[in-house]
Ligand binder design. Structure first.
Ligand SMILES: Nc1ncnc2c1ncn2[C@@H]1O[C@H](COP(=O)(O)OP(=O)(O)OP(=O)(O)O)[C@@H](O)[C@H]1O
Ligand SMILES: [Mg+2]
Length: 430
């Protein structure tokens, strides 16, 4: 195994006596995970009894992705003197590499006190962009504490990441771009083109990305990808929706984006106040199926009929005859605030964005759903700036949304419909 030239540059900073914080990455496939494994594998080998962490915002993800690369590398280097368990990699020479769950728990552990007494030689934050800044901040104080002096190892943290408007941007990328890097901080940009070892399939998949933003980020390592002034939600706020454990429970609602035919999906969320759990997510279904599933969902969660909203889409009318008092959402209906908004959908969309930005909404869903929701909210929840009547706020058209993400923004529609009850109050009949 030979490091790529970008990995070599990073390794130079990872072994010098000056640099404390090393950022590496920029695009997919630039050799981030390999670099982290290579660095720690050797350091732990040459300095018996030393201690490291590999942290990520999910323990399971850390273990799976890192171990896969670690194994591959160990095989290439014919290094066999290690084993692992759920929590760590253990060397025969007494060195340890711990897997750390860097998830942010705002209620349980808002200051990452759980790391307060840990002591490490060095550490690595893998896929650092979604990790909370506080995790990085606290871990800075936990390295340099385990045999560093004995082995003359400078305490360091490696952060690997793809472009993102989070602390990795202002800590590593921005100072690098502007030539204002502090002496102890270095960023090394690395793209897939910097890695000659990438499997052909990986490159093919990367080149076939059609979403422009994703392409800009992952293919070109573009950190300025999303400076669209039309967007309504800050990127950080969108990400926070999945960890806003402080979001308020309250009245129970269901909002559902129906799909009987076409390419759309049938998606329904159960809302306890502003905490949304996605309970139905399926390909198109028959009217009968939709009715049965919605009814089961309503019974299960104790939601009143008049607290259910579904889009009109032809099907809403059908449902109305089975689920009495259900609200059908007509996006084109007039808004409550006619002076400010064009249509009801626009009013709901802007209100949703406000609530997201204020960190009032929490979404409970799978990782795959999360990824789609982030994409839909960041790429589709945008203001239509071409609209002539600048007095009134309007969202970009559904057509443009579909064109942008190559599918219908069904999750966004579901979230947006919940705002119906906020805009209209649930006594509204229209
Ligand atoms: N120096 C190297 N020698 C041999 N193979 C390498 C080297 N660097 C990276 N690779 C291989 O290239 C592929 C991509 O590398 P790696 O997984 O480290 O990239 P990454 O930036 O972490 O990618 P992703 O963005 O998908 O997380 C892997 O198959 C890895 O094993
Ligand atoms: Mg990786």
């Amino acid at each position: 195994m030979k490091p790529t030239s970008k990995q070599k540059t990073a390794l130079k900073y990872l072994t010098d006596s000056q640099t404390s914080y090393i950022g590496y990455g920029g695009g997919a496939g630039g050799g981030k995970t390999y670099l982290g494994c290579f660095w720690l594998m050797q350091l732990a080998f040459y300095a018996p009894g030393t201690k490291y962490f590999i942290g990520r915002d999910s323990l399971k993800d850390t273990r799976e992705s890192v171990l896969q690369t670690f194994r591959k590398l160990a095989k290439q280097l014919d290094f066999k003197e290690w084993k692992y368990n759920d929590n760590q990699i253990i060397y025969n020479n007494g060195s340890l590499i711990e897997f750390l769950d860097l998830s942010f728990y705002p209620q349980k552990d808002p200051n990452y006190d759980r790391f307060g007494s840990k002591e490490y030689t060095c550490g690595w934050i893998e896929e650092a962009a979604p990790v909370h800044f506080k995790a990085f901040d606290i871990l800075k104080t936990r390295v340099g504490r385990w045999l560093n002096e004995e082995f003359k190892i400078k305490s360091k943290i490696l952060c690997t990441f793809n472009p993102s408007k989070t602390w990795v941007d202002y800590t590593f990328y921005r100072p690098f771009e502007q030539g204002t890097e502090a002496t102890d901080t270095r960023f090394i940009p690395a793209l897939y083109t910097d890695n000659p070892f990438l499997p052909d399939d990986y490159v093919r998949n990367l080149l076939s990305i059609s979403d422009e933003t994703t392409k800009q980020r992952l293919l070109f390592g573009n950190f300025n990808y999303d400076d669209d002034p039309a967007k309504l939600c800050e990127y950080d706020a969108i990400i926070d929706m999945f960890t806003n454990d402080h979001a308020k429970p309250g009245q129970r609602y269901i909002s559902a984006d129906l799909a009987m035919q076409g390419r759309d999906k049938f998606i329904a969320g159960f809302w306890d106040g502003f905490i949304c759990t996605i309970e139905i997510d399926m390909a198109k279904s028959t009217g009968k199926e939709i009715e049965t599933l919605l009814n089961e969902m309503k019974m299960r969660n104790g939601v009143g009929n008049s607290n259910i909203v579904a889009d009109s889409d032809g099907l809403g009318a059908y449902l109305e005859s089975y689920i009495k008092n259900i609200k059908t959402f007509h996006g084109g209906a007039s808004p409550r605030n006619k002076k400010e908004y064009d249509h009801l959908k626009d009013e709901c969309g802007f209100l949703l964005a406000e609530k997201i930005n204020k960190r009032e909404i929490k979404i409970i869903c799978t990782e795959a759903q999360k990824e789609k929701i982030i994409q839909e909210v960041s790429s589709c929840l945008k203001r239509d700036n071409t609209y002539n009547d600048i007095q009134k706020k309007k969202l970009i058209s559904k057509d443009l949304m579909k064109k942008t993400i190559n599918r219908s923004p069904d999750y966004l529609d579901m979230l947006l419909m919940r705002m119906y009850f906020e805009v209209k109050g649930n006594n509204f009949a229209g």
